[in-house]
Design a protein around this ligand. Structure first.
Ligand SMILES: Nc1ncnc2c1ncn2[C@@H]1O[C@H](COP(=O)(O)OP(=O)(O)OP(=O)(O)O)[C@@H](O)[C@H]1O
Length: 244
């Protein structure tokens, strides 16, 4: 098994509280991991540390054997995140936002062209198709979309990035159950009818517990600590009841 991302002896505290504690986690290539736990248990904190955006007080994050602080921008672009707050640029249109996912692969001229108009239309439309939005949505402005549509644009931007790993912070909140199931299927089954490569390794935080059966590994957080780290077939209901 190839190790992709490792969190070693991670602890992070703020003035008020311990946010995560003694986290040791290795994510191997191809794993589909559900991250679960009560509100405030540390899921978003763990994801922010895993993608290098939050530097922990203690411990190290290792990407393919190298400390995350020392990897190149190209390598860093292989770690994709769907943020809970989505981090879309409301004043830009949908195509421009989706193309932001590919900034790491292109130069300054391409970035400028993206700001000036709609480029790479076909690829953007493939990403939209994957989240069941019509092609013409590329011309819409993000600030005119609903919460659920915005979430789908954030997922489309992630697809455009073509990362090796997806770290998703509740990507299915705000989405109706059928849509959540279809998008999750895309990641789980690696449906490759598109011109884009779907990330084969995923760690996704969830509140919809019924979805965990689609994953092969479950990580449960309680008060900032990993208290469950098990293959899905070894998880039982009483454990889940205890976690929540
Ligand atoms: N920016 C911050 N500064 C200080 N403490 C924070 C900050 N963000 C979160 N916390 C605290 O860290 C702990 C973990 O929060 P976190 O957001 O990681 O939990 P979560 O499991 O993602 O919650 P939710 O399911 O509600 O999104 C909580 O006690 C929270 O109050």
């Amino acid at each position: 098994m190839t190790k992709l991302l490792e969190l070693k002896n991670i602890s992070h505290r703020s003035k008020e509280s311990i946010r995560v504690k003694d986290i040791n986690l290795t994510i191997n290539q191809g794993e589909k991991i559900a991250l679960i736990g009560k509100s405030g248990s540390g899921k978003s904190t763990l994801i922010s540390i895993a993608n290098g955006s939050l530097i922990p007080n203690e411990g190290d994050v290792i990407w393919k054997g190298f400390h995350i602080n020392n990897i190149s921008n190209i390598e860093y672009s292989k770690i994709g995140t769907i943020w809970q707050d989505l981090s879309l640029i409301e004043e830009l249109n949908v195509a421009q936002n989706i193309n932001c996912g590919a900034l790491g692969k292109h130069n300054f001229i391409w970035a400028l062209k993206n700001l000036l108009g709609v480029i790479d239309t076909g690829l953007c439309q493939d990403c939209l198709a994957a989240v069941s939005l019509p092609k013409k949505t590329i011309y819409s402005y993000v600030n005119k979309l609903s919460g659920g549509q915005k979430k789908r644009i954030a997922i489309a931007r992630l697809l455009r990035q073509e990362p090796e790993i997806l770290l998703g912070d509740e990507p299915f909140s705000n989405l109706d159950p059928l849509l959540s199931k279809n998008i999750l299927n895309l990641f789980i089954n690696q449906k490759n009818y598109l011109r884009i490569k779907i990330p084969e390794t995923i760690l996704i935080s969830l509140h919809q517990i019924h979805l965990i059966n689609n994953f092969n590994r479950v990580i449960g957080l309680k008060d900032g600590e990993i208290v469950i780290d098990r293959q899905i077939h070894n998880i039982n209901q009483s454990e889940l009841d205890w976690l929540f």
